[in-house]
Design a protein around this ligand. Structure first.
Ligand SMILES: [Zn+2]
Ligand SMILES: [Zn+2]
Ligand SMILES: [Zn+2]
Ligand SMILES: [Zn+2]
Ligand SMILES: [Zn+2]
Ligand SMILES: [Zn+2]
Length: 471
């Protein structure tokens, strides 16, 4: 049987299915895998290490990586298509018998015939169903027509190897084999029989029926595929949203911190300016007093040197009153200037911000930081309560008695002296602090600035702040 070369172009796209599904070529050694994909020997040996079908990943059970079943259908179709192509091209069509130019094709003999040999062939073999076709007729028809007309019916072989040339028309349903008449008549082992064509049609119908039943299963697999794809897409979407949420929330936190920074720097600026002005005023007053004292000394000295008795009598009471007023003046106290009240306020606000973000107090960085607030929040028993607050997972309300009264700052209306440990129900995490407007926060000893007031916060923001910083 003629085999097409691997690079033979195939007529039309209709017959792409006979190609190897690995290399998309048409070699003659096609194998059929249990998954019903078709691969050539080359592709199978390249694929051997994988041990599975490269298209659908079904394992190939053979250790050699080469399935036993040949794809006879595709291999034969390839051969017949290459003959069709040869006839259509019409170049060098020679009689297989005498090498004369050929005009006929017998699909049973699979031979080209010249006019003379064709006449002889018809004389002897017409009765044997050898139908000879004109090459011109084949050229006029399609490849599909040619394949249908050359679909041979008489090439069955008897399953008895010594009867290879016998025509087979009987099928033994007991041993599932095609038989020739001799076997059916002479061998009493075989029975019951049926017509071989009836059996092939039954087998075709069987395949069609199973395929139809499979359609329902296929629908279920397609539905599952859709569900899985949908699920994968939704998961992708959810993770993408989570990434965006993290970025968005962190960005908001950074902006909040930036606003806090601006506010604190603004406070520092204002307080520094006020301190500067106050100090300059005091300096001016002290310098004025010193000039008055210089003037007094000078005047008293000049009076003792040059004044007449009349002048002493007239001016002395006035000068004495002024000197006595100078005597009453006290220099302003300078001791408290080492720890300006404004500076402490700024430090405390910064400390509170650090504690809110990190969840624990900053180590004292200077003696000025050691104030009563710090000592109070560093109390070990209380620290433990704050840490426990972070692991509560169900909605509870716990009151922690605490005499610490660092909440009442000038200008705030909060009168709470008991700290309340409250589960924030929306997210099942615990927060500690006064829940009054502007006082939410972890152990915050000072009121939150308006930027961090609870009412203005996006939900969960403080919690994210605590969890992101490991607090
Ligand atoms: Zn291949
Ligand atoms: Zn496969
Ligand atoms: Zn001939
Ligand atoms: Zn013939
Ligand atoms: Zn036989
Ligand atoms: Zn039998």
């Amino acid at each position: 049987m003629a085999a097409s070369s691997p690079d033979t172009p195939l007529p039309g796209d209709d017959f792409q299915f006979i190609l190897c599904e690995g290399c998309q070529q048409a070699p003659s050694n096609l194998k059929l895998l249990t998954c019903l994909h078709t691969l050539c020997l080359d592709c199978l040996s390249k694929n051997k290490a994988m041990g599975q079908c490269p298209v659908c990943r079904t394992p190939i059970p053979q250790a050699s990586g080469i399935p036993d079943m040949d794809n006879l259908l595709f291999t034969n179709l390839q051969a017949r298509l290459s003959i069709y192509k040869k006839i259509v091209n019409g170049v060098d069509l020679c009689c297989n018998n005498c090498k004369e130019a050929s005009e006929f094709w017998c699909s049973e003999c699979e031979e080209f015939l010249c006019t003379r040999c064709c006449e002889a062939h018809q004389r002897y073999l017409r009765k044997e169903n050898h139908e000879v076709k004109k090459a011109a007729d084949i050229r006029a028809g399609s490849a599909k027509d040619f394949l249908e007309s050359t679909r041979r019916t008489g090439n069955f072989f008897c399953s008895n190897p010594t009867h290879k040339n016998q025509t087979v028309s009987i099928y033994c349903t007991k041993c599932c084999k095609p038989l020739c008449c001799s076997c059916a008549l002479l061998d009493s082992q075989h029975a019951p029989f049926c017509d071989i064509h009836g059996e092939t049609q039954r087998r075709q119908r069987e395949l069609s029926t199973i395929t139809q039943e499979l359609q329902q299963k296929r629908n279920r697999f397609q539905a599952t595929q859709a569900v899985l794809r949908d699920k994968a897409a939704r998961l992708e979407e959810m993770w993408r949203e989570m990434r965006e949420l993290i970025q968005q929330r962190v960005e908001q936190l950074v902006q909040l911190l930036r606003r806090e920074e601006e506010e604190l720097l603004g406070l520092v600026e204002a307080r520094q300016e006020r301190g500067r002005r106050e100090l300059a005023g005091e300096l001016q007053r002290v310098e004025g007093t010193l000039r008055r004292m210089e003037a007094a000394e000078r005047l008293v000295e000049k009076m003792s040197l040059y004044a007449t008795e009349q002048e002493v009598m007239d001016m002395q009471p006035f000068i004495r009153d002024s000197l006595q007023e100078l005597q009453r003046l006290q220099p302003p106290a300078t001791g408290e200037r080492e720890q300006p009240r404004d500076l402490s306020e700024c430090r405390a606000r910064l400390q509170a911000l650090v504690e809110r973000v990190t969840g624990h107090p900053e180590a004292p960085s200077s003696p000025a930081m050691e104030n009563s607030h710090q000592v109070s929040t560093s109390n070990p028993a209380k620290r433990m309560k704050v840490q426990n607050a972070g692991v509560l997972t169900s909605p509870v309300r716990v009151n922690v008695e605490d005499n610490y009264d660092g909440w009442n700052q000038p200008g705030t209306s909060c009168l709470v002296s008991t700290m309340t440990l409250t589960c924030w129900k929306t997210c099942q995490m615990a927060m500690m602090g006064c829940t009054a407007q502007g006082h939410m926060g972890l152990m915050s000893p000072v009121p939150l600035p308006p930027a961090l007031a609870l009412a203005k916060l996006p939900s969960h923001l403080l919690i994210i702040a605590a969890s992101l910083t490991g607090g």
